[in-house]
Design a protein around this ligand. Structure first.
Ligand code: SAH
Length: 353
């Protein structure tokens, strides 16, 4: 009978072809799609408008689940929830639900580990494999289920991994979530360390997906120290030019992420140059407090320096925010997501296969 088909890896057209090949009328695909993305059911038996025979065939030849919540930790103050999600081969990736007044943002992983090796980031310390589109999508659906059916209204690809290093799967996941749940493309943000060919490819899609670029340094020498692989692939000037192309074609304002590291990239001179680059792209700047990771030589910039840095951006007319910390208490803050084995924390939920 062969390996079961992972349904969340299939586009709607592919699902239709699959069901036609099984001798079903094409409208069955629409029904199945509805159960998967609108109702988020986990058992074919719940798909009550599908004939019993088809339900049986699906349970023998197809899979609905691509990840399972293995652990969850909730920050009692901010309400942020960090999930360890197990994949079908036993690997674990992390996803986070961030609660804001106007809705929940789901922060999803795009890879198990990361190949970029940025010196300040925990995720870059190991590499396992690419995630499939279904594994990315199912993190979103699992979060909704865990929050009692409350769907996240925004998705940020800012968990573990470099989304543009897994371009096809990430874009398929975004398209499928858009088609399946009805969320607008504007609700999605792809965060990249700056892979220029990927940015240009995404620009050519002409979709209003938000792009966040982890800049972190305004000159090539420092960027090479902080983000060796990303910096080797593109100079800051080329990266900024790609962001201009992206802003133009997507109609969206690009965000520059800028991690403030004490005595490393937080001088007034850095702020001045950052303001200049942001001005060229009309980018929004997001200043990120550094979250210490074990063994890291960096410290976060003191509040006075953050204020002075921000003041310089403000004088230059650059829109910026300082990222609020919603997950630091549960190791769910940026850069802290990394795989752990099935450690000592209590398991929640069950693998269903
Ligand atoms: N690879 C993508 C997305 C994942 S990282 C990217 O580079 O954008 C999401 C954000 O967290 C990036 O801006 C990243 O630079 C930042 N980050 C990584 N380590 C961090 C740390 N220790 N403290 C704060 N932010 C960190």
């Amino acid at each position: 009978m062969g390996t079961p088909v992972q349904l969340k890896d299939q586009s709607r057209d592919e699902l239709e072809q699959l069901l036609i090949a099984w001798g079903q009328p094409p409208y069955r695909a629409a029904q199945l799609w509805h159960w998967m993305y609108r109702k988020s059911v986990r058992d074919f038996e719940e798909m009550t408008d599908l004939p019993v025979d088809l339900r049986r065939q699906l349970s023998q030849r197809a899979r609905l689940d691509a990840c399972w919540v293995r652990q969850r930790r909730e920050d009692p103050v901010a309400g942020t929830v960090k999930y360890a999600m197990a994949l079908s081969d036993g690997l674990v990736v992390e996803a986070v639900a961030l609660r804001y007044r106007d809705g929940v943002t789901a922060c999803l992983s795009s890879q198990a580990g990361c190949r970029m090796g940025c010196s300040f980031c925990a995720s870059g310390k190991s590499w396992e494999r690419q995630l499939t589109s279904g594994e990315i999508i199912d993190q979103f659906l699992r979060i909704g289920e865990d929050l009692g059916g409350r769907r996240s209204s925004r998705v940020v690809l800012m968990g573990t991994g470099e989304p543009l290093d897994n371009y096809e799967a990430v874009l398929q996941a975004v398209r499928r979530l858009h088609d399946g749940t009805g969320m607008s493309y504007r609700s999605f943000t792809i965060s990249t360390c700056g892979l220029v060919p990927g940015i240009l490819k995404l620009a050519a899609e002409q979709l209003p997906i938000n792009l966040a670029v982890s800049l972190h340094a305004v000159d090539d020498a420092l960027r090479q120290r902080l983000m060796p692989r990303a910096a080797r692939l593109a100079r800051v000037d080329r990266l900024v030019a790609a962001c201009m192309v992206y802003a133009e074609s997507s109609g969206r304002r690009v965000t520059f992420e800028y991690l403030l590291l004490d005595g490393v990239n937080d001088r007034v001179e850095d702020a001045r140059r950052l303001a200049d680059l942001a001005g060229r792209v009309r980018a929004h700047v997001n200043l990120i407090p550094f979250n210490a990771i074990p063994g890291s030589p960096y410290r976060r910039s003191p509040p006075g320096r953050v204020a002075a840095f921000g003041a310089r951006l403000r004088e230059a007319g650059v829109a910026f925010t300082v990222r609020r910390e919603l997950g630091a208490g549960i190791d769910a803050a940026c850069g802290q997501l990394r795989q752990r084995g099935s450690g000592s924390e209590a398991d929640v939920g069950q693998r269903s296969q």
